[in-house]
Design a protein around this ligand. Structure first.
Ligand SMILES: N#Cc1c(-c2ccc3ccn(Cc4ccc(CN5CCCCC5)cc4)c3c2)n[nH]c1N
Length: 242
């Protein structure tokens, strides 16, 4: 997979040189390129923004500069353009799974009050798939943090990136749609606190049942919206008795 990120703060994306994503790049599993939007600015001040039509506070990012940048980085295509925005559809594990199937992603990191709406409009009109996505119901100052989140969520799904693919199966927000169960490691007693006895039993069926029960309990307590979305045929009478 190739990922291009365009931003006025390239250093913000330095975290993508580290850890799992960094290793994936070194291993050639991910071709990730970060670009400074100001490289496509045309004036000597390298301006990328201007005042908003219709008035209002702040500045809006110029369509001409973004168009020049995205035309270049998305070539030869086809690329999927991802635009982080507070007004976007919520990014979920399903979104990550869908994006992970793409050959080429381009992330447009806006700042100020956002990117001129005609940028997304123009690429959609050209037949480019454009996803305007939000990572949550809170306001950030730009798209870079959201891009870090999405690139990590996508990269870890790429073949060969996670050492043990089995760990992708049990994850929170995974196919089961439940939050994850609590995890424990040595020592068996820490600060007077025990590990649940069943986890020391070696009885795999009981451990599996305990983990599912805990996942269900946590999901019901913290994310009742996820419980409401569970397929009823995915629950057995034991689950319903919890
Ligand atoms: N993903 C994600 C995000 C973002 C995000 C993503 C991308 C950009 C680019 C710029 N900003 C800053 C900003 C802040 C406030 C507003 C609100 N509007 C302003 C204009 C008039 C109407 C209201 C817009 C843009 C961004 C924020 N925030 N939260 C998420 N989950």
């Amino acid at each position: 997979m190739r990922i291009d990120v365009v931003t006025i703060f390239p250093d913000y994306l330095a975290a993508l040189d580290l850890s799992l994503v960094g290793k994936a790049r070194t291993a050639g599993l991910l071709d990730l390129r970060v670009h400074d939007l100001r490289s496509w600015a045309t004036d000597r001040h390298r301006t990328v923004d201007d005042t908003p039509f219709g008035g209002g506070a702040g500045m809006v990012m110029r369509p001409d500069v973004w168009g020049a940048a995205l035309d270049e980085v998305m070539a030869p295509g086809p690329a999927h353009l991802v635009v982080p925005t507070p007004s976007g559809e919520t990014f979920t594990q399903r979104t990550a799974e869908a994006l992970a199937t793409e050959e080429h992603l381009a992330f447009a990191c806006g700042r100020y009050e956002g990117i001129d709406a005609r940028v997304a409009e123009r690429y959609r009109a050209q037949g480019v798939r454009v996803s305007e996505v939000s990572i949550g119901d809170y306001v950030l100052n730009g798209g870079e943090v959201a891009t870090l989140v999405m690139v990590e969520a996508v990269a870890r799904l790429l073949p060969g990136v996670i050492g043990n693919p089995a760990s992708l199966v049990e994850e929170s927000h995974g196919a089961a749609g439940l939050l994850e169960y609590p995890v424990y490691t040595k020592p068996p007693v820490w600060d007077g606190l025990d590990v649940p006895e069943v986890l020391l039993s070696g009885h795999h069926a009981r451990i599996a049942r305990w983990r599912r029960d805990e996942a269900l309990r946590r999901t019901a307590a913290r994310r009742p919206d996820l419980v409401a979305a569970l397929p009823v045929d995915g629950l057995d009478k034991h689950d319903l008795a919890l």
